[in-house]
Design a protein around this ligand. Sequence first.
Ligand SMILES: NC(=O)c1ccc[n+]([C@@H]2O[C@H](COP(=O)([O-])OP(=O)(O)OC[C@H]3O[C@@H](n4cnc5c(N)ncnc54)[C@H](OP(=O)(O)O)[C@@H]3O)[C@@H](O)[C@H]2O)c1
Length: 270
Amino acid sequence: MVISGAGSGIGRACAELLRDRGWRVWAGYRRAEDGRALAAAGFRPLRLEVRDERSVAEAAATVAACCGADGLQGLVNNAGIAVAGPLEFLPLASFELQLDVNLTGVLRCGRAFLPLLRRGRGRMVNIGSMAGLIAGPMLGPYHASKWALEGLSDTWRRELLPQGVAVALIEPGAVATPIWRRSAAAAEELAAGLPEEAGRLYGRLHEGARRAAVRAEARAVPPARVAAAVRHALEARRPRTRYRVGRDARLAAVLRWLPDRWLDRLILRP
Ligand SMILES: NC(=O)c1ccc[n+]([C@@H]2O[C@H](COP(=O)([O-])OP(=O)(O)OC[C@H]3O[C@@H](n4cnc5c(N)ncnc54)[C@H](OP(=O)(O)O)[C@@H]3O)[C@@H](O)[C@H]2O)c1
């Protein structure tokens, strides 16, 4: 199994569960100290920067050299970041970074590991989000990345079905991981660099989104819940195409069928 971004949060929980079930786990990391910690925990550390084509190719070559003719049983495209800010003022570079990691990164890794997955009749599991089902203000880049990942995953599933490679999409609601702290810190930094006009036009929405994030994080489920869904997608005889993890994700899957104007009122209520 290969897992991108396995140093913390959902990736780490997946790595632990799959290791405990006897899989050989290649755990993706970026910083040397994370690689050492992953090795000490019984994983095979795999340097994997999903934004860098060369890093991805080297990672695939490392795994290929080890698994040879057996191929690879699973790829979990987990690495992700959450970029927040008003679409009007957000630097384009931040938007591009968001898509590069959460969307193009999945494409890069999928393409690099597909020959191995085909050989092993393995499966691809992409970590989406309920943010790919319903979009609110101030998290536009993240929503765009996860909505696009819905389309990418559906296309890939239908392209690979005839080749015996199953693709599943996990759509978690709020999960207790460091992404919240990381994203909030990046959002505050970004907001501090925006013109005064941005505060005037979007300050109220920014504050509302910040409060909603605090509430969501307080209700967040442990990452082990997501890992259990990933395990099912990788091991079950008949894996599902989509897994919604958490009550909030299941609710989002229903609410998104409401008329847009109702949802606008619901999402923007003070
Ligand atoms: N937490 C939630 O509420 C939630 C809900 C739905 C979906 N998700 C999704 O779950 C996935 C995992 O997030 P998490 O919540 O577990 O957050 P996390 O603890 O911050 O983990 C994100 C992981 O992605 C890695 N990463 C970030 N950029 C990378 C890059 N360019 N190349 C390779 N690795 C990179 C990080 O590595 P570094 O430590 O090196 O930065 C980290 O290991 C993401 O796709 C996220 O969108 C999370």
